[in-house]
Design a binder for this molecule. Structure first.
Ligand code: BYC
Length: 316
């Protein structure tokens, strides 16, 4: 296709909108690469939210009290809601939700590697909330200033709910750390197993992040993967030490001159292998997702039939 002066005007208007920090809205002109990047990131984010329901839902029937069970049910329901807002935001870019589900189920699109590790004890539920959601908040708060309006607005609500999730995790860990030596050991064991997957949540290092530079130029991402990872470490380490727990990183130390923690190298081979092959639980997560997707077919059909009836009523 040949480029026209009208295309140049539209591209210029888009660049000016990004430079002013204004929101890009669904009906505005946008470069195809911008649209494709958003579809990729938002849908993978949505997939992470709904796959992330699985490890925690497994603990609902084993929660140690009615109070903890009610909190966990609410948290898992919130994750379904987050998936829903994010799929809706992706749909504003002209993609169909069914196609996105298909890409998740066939492995064409990714979801966060953190959900492919097993949750072995009740302490894992707490650590996943406290540190896992803590990491997710550091990553996602800047996305509420993302240049694409529907994604940014979805993130405002998601982050408010993630704060509640983080708080419940902290509260759960606080209760266990006031308990027996065995409970304290369970928490330490959970921190040891989840620390590195939490750091991996921020994505590859800046040197290896293929999308960051362009996404930052477009105002989709506001900070680089390494910058956000560093912020998380600075926030999390004092909390871990407050509980008398240790971080499973012999190289971790406070760097006075830099005013931040220096930490060891992530096992990038492990990250890559879990991302590419699904790690310990990838196949199980997708098989479960496929099963509930199939079982939910009647709900989707009923909702469509209801919507058709409503349309007929309105046009009668
Ligand atoms: N896992 O160029 P890069 C949550 C992929 S978790 C798997 O840096 P980008 C929660 C990446 O997709 C919700 N894949 O990419 C957690 C790309 O592959 P493709 C998850 C990963 O997009 C615990 C390739 O690596 N959060 O809520 O610029 C407890 C190259 O990476 C991962 C979001 O989705 C990973 N960790 O930056 C409770 C937030 N990291 O697409 C709740 C929104 C990277 O080329 N997303 N990849 O095939 C983002 O902020 C960015 O997409 C990322 C990656 C920072 C994740």
């Amino acid at each position: 296709m040949t480029k026209t002066s009208n295309d140049d005007d539209l591209a210029l208007a888009f660049d000016e909108c990004i430079a002013r920090g204004d929101a890009v809205e669904p009906r505005d002109w946008m470069p195809e690469g911008y649209r494709a990047t958003l579809v990729r990131q938002i849908s993978q984010h949505a997939h992470s939210e709904i796959i992330g329901m699985q490890p925690e839902a497994e603990w609902i029937s084993r929660a140690p009290s009615l109070h903890r069970k009610a909190i966990l049910i609410a948290k898992v329901q919130d994750e379904a809601g987050h998936g829903s807002y994010l799929y809706s935001a992706a749909e504003t870019l002209g993609v169909a939700r069914d196609d996105l589900f298909e890409m998740l189920l066939t492995g064409k699109q990714k979801y966060s590697t953190i959900f492919n590790y097993p949750m072995l004890s009740w302490a894992d539920v707490g650590v996943m909330g406290w540190l896992g959601d803590g990491a997710a908040i550091v990553n996602q708060v800047p996305l509420s200033r993302c240049s694409y309006g529907p994604y940014a607005r979805a993130m405002v609500r998601v982050c408010k709910e993630e704060s509640f999730h983080q708080r419940q995790g902290f509260d759960l860990i606080q209760a266990m750390m006031a308990g027996t030596d065995e409970q304290k050991q369970m928490v330490q064991d959970a921190v040891d197993r989840w620390w590195w997957p939490c750091l991996m949540l921020f994505g590859p290092s800046d040197r290896h992040s293929s999308h960051s530079k362009q996404s930052m130029a477009w105002g989709i991402k506001r900070f680089s993967n390494d910058e956000l990872r560093r912020r998380f470490v600075d926030q999390a380490v004092p909390q871990i030490e407050h509980f008398g727990l240790t971080v499973p990183d012999p190289e971790l130390r406070w760097d006075e001159s830099a005013g931040c923690y220096k930490f060891g190298e992530i096992d990038w081979e492990d990250f890559k292998s879990v991302m590419q092959d699904g790690g310990p639980l990838g196949k199980e997560r997708i098989a479960h997702r496929q099963r509930v997707h199939d079982e939910g077919a009647w709900v989707r059909e009923a909702a469509e039939a209801y919507a058709r009836k409503q349309d007929e009523r309105l046009s009668a």
